[in-house]
Design a protein around this ligand. Structure first.
Ligand SMILES: Nc1ncnc2c1ncn2[C@@H]1O[C@H](COP(=O)(O)OP(=O)(O)OP(=O)(O)O)[C@@H](O)[C@H]1O
Ligand SMILES: [Mg+2]
Length: 191
């Protein structure tokens, strides 16, 4: 089982994937927790490139999308291996992030041809104003605008792809409980 948490910056993906891992482990399951970009050589290059303040032009964004697809393709091997050992894969971001950040461009599907979609995707849906308060250094009108656009793309994609949408404005524990309620039946567990 490959499950993924998606959402705009500050929506709580890192917080909740860590809690989800802990809960599953406490239930006696083995978990392979991953995040994108990964810590592969390609993932490290992506992280470095994301630090570039001048990284806004279109070709730079295309290059990033290509690198994300490469990083993800490498990841597929690791996911398959973990699953073959009976581990539950919990991912912080996945293919859908590329869809959202590249506005559903057709070529994103093409360059991610070797990538598997998660079995379950949960969207942590957060109000962009709240996201601004949670993200250090986000204070401009452009930042807010970007978060608003990104959030609405996530909601569109959620409809199309059947994500579980959770209200990430709630407190950390409540969001965790909501995630458990979605995941438990998928794994045949009671909560
Ligand atoms: N439900 C919540 N209520 C209040 N604060 C939260 C909640 N969830 C997370 N936070 C806080 O908001 C900040 C961002 O959370 P987190 O890093 O988990 O988000 P993220 O989705 O991983 O962000 P990014 O996309 O930037 O990696 C952290 O300081 C975290 O402690
Ligand atoms: Mg994070």
């Amino acid at each position: 089982m490959y499950m993924c948490l998606e959402g705009i910056d500050g929506s709580g993906k890192s917080t909740q994937t860590a809690l989800l891992e802990k809960w599953l482990q406490n239930c006696g399951l083995q978990v392979f927790r991953i995040f994108e970009p990964t810590d592969s050589k390609v993932g490290l290059l992506i992280r470095e490139m994301l630090q570039d303040p001048g990284a806004t032009d279109e070709n730079f964004q295309r290059t990033l999308a290509l690198l994300f697809a490469a990083d993800r393709t490498i990841l597929m091997e690791k996911i398959a291996h973990a699953e073959s050992e009976g581990q539950i894969v919990v991912s912080d971001r996945c293919f859908y992030s590329s869809m959202v950040y590249q506005d559903g461009a057709e070529w994103i599907g093409e360059i991610n041809r070797f990538v598997r979609k998660p079995d379950v995707t949960l969207l942590l849906d957060l109000d962009p104003e709240t996201a601004m308060t949670r993200c250090e250094g986000s204070d401009s009108f452009e930042d807010l605008n970007f978060l608003m656009r990104t959030r609405s793309r996530y909601l569109e994609l959620a409809e199309k792809e059947g994500f579980f949408i959770l209200n990430a404005n709630n407190g950390i524990n409540k969001v965790h409980e909501d995630i458990k309620r979605v995941i438990a039946p998928k794994l045949g567990m009671c909560i």
